[in-house]
Design a binder for this molecule. Structure first.
Ligand code: NAP
Length: 286
């Protein structure tokens, strides 16, 4: 049976560290604060927002919500994003996306100051991630994968890692972060030939596909470590969700595996808080 790499111990350890760092900042007269920009009331956004509020409360991080009606116009919204960006009491910004279709999301993202861009919404942050400039924040989910690997002391240097998925929010940045740690990275996607063989050849497999239970027994081998980033409605259990990995088929074969739920997803929100605390520390240091 594989070791289950659970997210909670990782999140708990990160929380302990952040509580101290927030106390240190407060002792210097600064309360780190995240600004949450939301348009409309999408249930997924509200769920994520609730998690951020709870996690922030747990570490003493302040937050402010900037809520806009679903039909907010471009000009008004741009002004609001600019004013949140210019507010020196706010150190990190998360804008829930995607925005409604009538808004020019690309332009609005570009208005977020890079130093406050704690979830890599801007091209400036992406550029920093891809050029190994550690003053830029990667998206929270790839960072959560790296926090999991670090916490469970999984060596990366020289290891063969296959990432399935090449999105800008997960696949590509996680590949860059793995490269930074000297892994030998293969990035796969929907046109990859012999995908199962490419996956089975890896020491570590990162699944970020968005297809429920797609990674089955032929994609893995004994001794492998599997990081499942997927969050999908479970076709076999209505109302529940599952990963990109067929856990029941893969878990008996591999050495270690992250469960879904309870794996990478449970580290993402604390990463957002960590990025905000880091942004605050960097802004104080200027
Ligand atoms: P995405 O933008 O839809 O990208 C999916 C990637 O998988 C694409 O690169 C796509 O290839 C590739 N792909 C799709 N079908 C494939 C197939 N049959 N064979 C090989 N590759 C295939 O998804 P995403 O935003 O990266 O999210 C991926 C998963 O992570 C989703 O389940 C999402 O819910 C989850 N997620 C989790 C968190 C978290 O906090 N844990 C956060 C964000 C996302 P092409 O490029 O060729 O189309």
């Amino acid at each position: 049976m594989a070791e289950r790499l659970k997210g909670k111990p990782v999140a708990d350890a990160m929380k302990e560290d952040l509580v101290k760092r927030v106390e240190d900042l407060k002792a210097k007269g600064v309360t780190p604060k995240i600004g949450l920009i939301r348009v409309g009331a999408n249930p997924d956004d509200l769920f994520y927002e609730g998690g951020i509020k709870k996690t922030s409360d747990g570490i003493g991080l302040a937050y402010e919500i900037f809520e806009h009606p679903e039909d907010v116009n471009q000009e008004e919204f741009e002004q609001s994003v600019l004013s949140v960006g210019a507010d020196s009491s706010i150190h990190g910004i998360l804008m829930f996306a995607p925005l409604p279709k009538h808004l020019d999301e690309k332009k609005i993202r570009s208005l977020i100051p890079v130093e406050k861009d704690v979830d890599c919404m801007t091209l400036g942050s992406a550029g920093k991630v891809f050029t190994d400039d550690q003053t830029g924040f990667p998206p929270c989910t790839p960072t959560a994968c790296m926090e999991m690997l670090k916490f469970y002391e999984i060596p990366l240097k020289g290891k063969k890692v296959t990432v399935v998925g090449r999105s800008l929010i997960v696949g590509k940045p996680v590949a860059m972060l793995l490269l930074r740690e000297h892994a030998t990275v293969t990035i796969c996607h929907s046109r990859t030939e012999n995908l199962d063989q490419v996956c089975a050849g890896a020491d570590i497999l990162v699944a970020a596909v968005g297809r429920a239970k797609m990674i089955g027994s032929s994609y893995v081998k004994p001794g492998q470590i599997v990081i499942d980033v997927g969050i999908n409605p479970d076709p076999d259990n209505p109302g529940k969700y599952c990963g990109d990995v067929d856990f029941a088929a893969v878990e008996p074969i591999v050495d270690k595996i992250t469960p879904v739920p309870g794996g990478v997803g449970s580290v993402t929100t604390i990463v957002l808080c960590k990025h905000t605390v880091m942004a605050c520390e960097m802004q104080q240091g200027r």
